[in-house]
Design a protein around this ligand. Sequence first.
Ligand code: NAD
Ligand code: IPM
Ligand code: MG
Length: 373
Amino acid sequence: MQKHIAVILGDGIGPEVTQQSLKVLDAVAEKFGHEFSYEYGLMGADAIDKTGNPLPDETLEICRRSDAILFGAIGHPKYDNDPTAKVRPEQGLLRIRKELQLYANIRPINTYASLHHLCPLKPQNLEGVDFIIFRELTGGIYFGNKQKAEDGSSASDSCTYTREEIERIAHLAFHFAQKPERRKKLTLVDKANVLETSRLWRKVVQDIAPQYPDVTVDYMFVDNAAMQIILNPKQFDVVLTENMFGDIISDEASVLSGSLGLLPSASVGTGTVLFEPIHGSYPQAAGKDIANPIGSILSTALMLEYLGMNEEAKLVRKAVEWTLSSKFVTKDIDPLNYYFTSTIGDLISDFVADRIPTDINQLNIELRKSTLI
Ligand SMILES: NC(=O)c1ccc[n+]([C@@H]2O[C@H](COP(=O)([O-])OP(=O)(O)OC[C@H]3O[C@@H](n4cnc5c(N)ncnc54)[C@H](O)[C@@H]3O)[C@@H](O)[C@H]2O)c1
Ligand SMILES: CC(C)[C@H](C(=O)O)[C@@H](O)C(=O)O
Ligand SMILES: [Mg+2]
């Protein structure tokens, strides 16, 4: 198969983690006889520095003519620490989501036996945790009217949802809950005891639920959900929620996996689909070759599935699991004995391309040791 991929490296650790995904894609191409071509687009602080615009039109054009989009991360401390900045890297990310109508961000939450010790929860509460968050991505408070008093004495962000915006992602989540491998349970996370928009979410979900009689629907207030994710994460199967709640509870849920650097996502809508790790640009690690590339690599596995390459995706996931269980891990997983980002990318792509020697002691890789955490 031939596929054309738009690549947006972005800022901070975005480029270094995405480079590992590209190595993995090249290994997949080698092993399965595919051809991937890449076209690079600018976004975020990098794009502001080079063009003055956090999302140049050219990037959108590149994305629209691609089969899929692979994105790293955006964000830079010089904007984070300047609340008065008018142009910000995050505007690029929000605009690409809106322009490409990427209305659902799908974030799977898995745990790995070899990483249970990283989570403050007891291992028995982590075994079998497997849920998926459907986060609405183009509406809500992120995109509502924003105002600031001229004298700086007050500000407001408004939260709006239309029935249609809720329906389209709710149908996606219900369909997903019906899949044979799912447990046919959908939990709507909202704040319907306070917010009018949340009451609309409940009403819409109640209205369409009868179309999915095999799916049990459960409603949970977001404050309780934040607690239940830690208390009893196994209860969740498919979680449906609005934009900001989904952003927050998915970072929280990454604690169950062991690191924010492990979590992938797919942003889907009406056109080209975008694949992105859920983490940000982690500026403290930029250029140090220490960030975990697995969130990006597992996003690439989701992309392969979306492109109809299921066997390929399965092999990438197997390679990831092999590195984790063999203790080939980055600093976030083991601060004392760790490997570089680029080494993990090499190992995962070598595994995919059958280049790992039977005796792993023959691997010529550098283990970093640190006495400092
Ligand atoms: N999708 C995106 O591009 C995206 C997402 C979140 C934040 N951001 C931006 O990123 C910048 C930094 O934000 P932040 O510090 O709140 O969030 P962040 O996700 O960049 O980092 C938070 C913490 O998570 C850990 N972490 C994140 N990614 C990791 C990885 N790959 N490997 C190992 N550890 C990892 C680190 O401990 C880090 O300090 C900001 O400018 C923010 O706006 C962008
Ligand atoms: C950077 C920011 C705009 C973004 C969001 O809040 O959606 C990020 O946190 C994410 O999860 O992709
Ligand atoms: Mg986020």
